[in-house]
Design a protein around this ligand. Structure first.
Ligand code: ADP
Length: 400
């Protein structure tokens, strides 16, 4: 019996999956896992719905040299342990839906071709996202596949938010601000609506701070603006990505330092951000534990930029009722939240330090002029819900 939905999050250097049972109104997690360390120290790890380890297999580097090999190992594991006939549909995280897709879409050949045309818009991610869709369509053409986009949540932006101050023709060609992390924002906004509906109806900034990082301004749960724009490089500094940068620097690197566009791209995506600033690590845990001044500077830089961006988005919203922290750093790093909110102290924001240290759901201090929340994101559950809905298997309010 087909009673499972597989959610695939395939990147250029990792593949993660989650398997959900669709018996009730909302998908229930059965298994989750993925392959890490591709090409270096590959390991396939799988846990069950309660978090218990069910697989922890190591591979030699040449057994899993690239993302495509990793996909095959994961697929083989799933077929062997689950059986592919039990999977009713596959939902994929796809980073770019271009200017076209404001909703998830069921993939056919026309859709796939259109999604391939967006590869230049997100070279780091889009290719890896589409690979398993293509392979699965060849192996199981009957299996419904749904693409869920990181950009779709932002497609209702007012035009002002999606413009660059560039010649108009470029906008019409697709050179415009798209915004990313939309599945995460949708997940967090939905959760906030459940736990604090009045807050969710107001002016909210969500800070998705993970190895990729961006902020989103929401009014009544709908995205109005975001710090990422044409690519997932813009806005905040990230683990290894530079964030907002004077475009003159790119011209300088090419014209005067003789770097090729590919070399500049590699630097901006892989050698910059917290790693570039500190020269030590892209991981906030490592930087917080270090006593090196470069580590402290990288953290200070990051927190200042998050606070500056939150203030800028408050202008878009005409005020700020709540700021919500989410993703790896946002959910787990009280020190980053403390410094970010401290940098917004001039605007009247403050923390309850005990609640912050405990990563409680609501962490603002008495008298704070905006609420401060910590809300875990669950992009995969969002994808499972969308996939169910597109198959007509969920109650309509399951995505709320
Ligand atoms: P992604 O899904 O984009 O890979 P995550 O949202 O999982 O990213 O975030 C990963 C980042 O979260 C890590 O690089 C690390 O910097 C940070 N992180 C995770 N746990 C902690 C923690 N306990 N304290 C500080 N930072 C953390």
């Amino acid at each position: 019996m087909s009673d499972l939905i597989l959610v695939v999050n395939a990147g250029s250097s990792s593949i993660k999956f989650k398997l959900y049972r669709v018996a009730g109104a909302d998908p229930a997690l059965v298994l989750g896992g993925g392959m890490s360390g591709i090409g270096t120290a590959p390991a396939l790890t799988v846990k069950d719905g309660s978090g218990a380890l069910v697989e922890n297999r190591r591979f030699a580097p040449d057994e899993v040299p690239d993302a495509s090999a990793a996909q095959h190992h994961v697929a083989d594991w799933l077929i062997h342990h689950v059986g592919d006939q039990r999977v009713a549909a596959v939902g994929h995280r796809v980073v770019h839906g271009g200017p076209v897709y404001a909703e998830p879409v069921r993939v056919d050949d026309t859709v796939l071709r259109r999604l391939e045309s967006f590869i230049p818009l997100a070279p780091l991610h889009q290719l890896g996202n589409l690979d398993p869709i293509r392979v699965l369509r060849q192996r199981r053409p009957d299996l419904p596949q749904v693409a869920c986009f990181d950009t779709a949540f932002h497609r209702g932006h007012p035009e002002l938010a999606d413009r660059f101050a560039l010649p108009r023709a470029l906008h019409d060609e697709g050179v415009r601000r798209y915004g990313f992390h939309g599945l995460s924002y949708e997940s967090v906004a939905g959760r906030l609506r459940e736990i604090a509906p009045e807050t969710a109806a107001g002016r909210v900034v969500i800070a998705h701070l993970g190895s990729g990082a961006s902020l989103c301004a929401l009014q009544d749960g709908r995205s109005q603006d975001s710090t990422m724009s044409f690519t997932a490089l813009d806005g905040l500094p990230m683990g290894t990505r530079c964030g907002a940068l004077d475009p003159g620097v790119v011209l300088h690197l090419i014209e005067h330092k003789g770097m090729t566009p590919a070399e500049v791209g590699h630097m901006l995506y892989h050698e910059s951000g917290l790693l570039g600033l500190s020269g030590l690590s892209n991981d906030v845990r490592t930087l917080l534990a270090s006593d090196r001044p470069e580590a402290a500077m990288a953290i200070d830089f990051f927190c200042r930029r998050v606070a500056q961006a939150a203030a800028a988005l408050a202008v878009t919203l005409g005020g700020l009722d709540a700021i919500v922290f989410t993703a790896g750093i946002g959910e787990n790093a009280p020190e980053i939240r403390r410094r970010t909110v401290a940098a917004l102290g001039w605007a009247g924001l403050s923390l309850d330090h005990a609640a912050n240290a405990a990563s409680a759901a609501r962490i603002d201090g008495p008298g704070s002029r905006a609420q401060v929340w910590v809300v875990p994101t669950d992009e995969e559950l969002m994808i499972a819900r969308h996939t169910m809905r597109l198959l007509g298997r969920a109650a309509p309010d399951a995505t709320a």
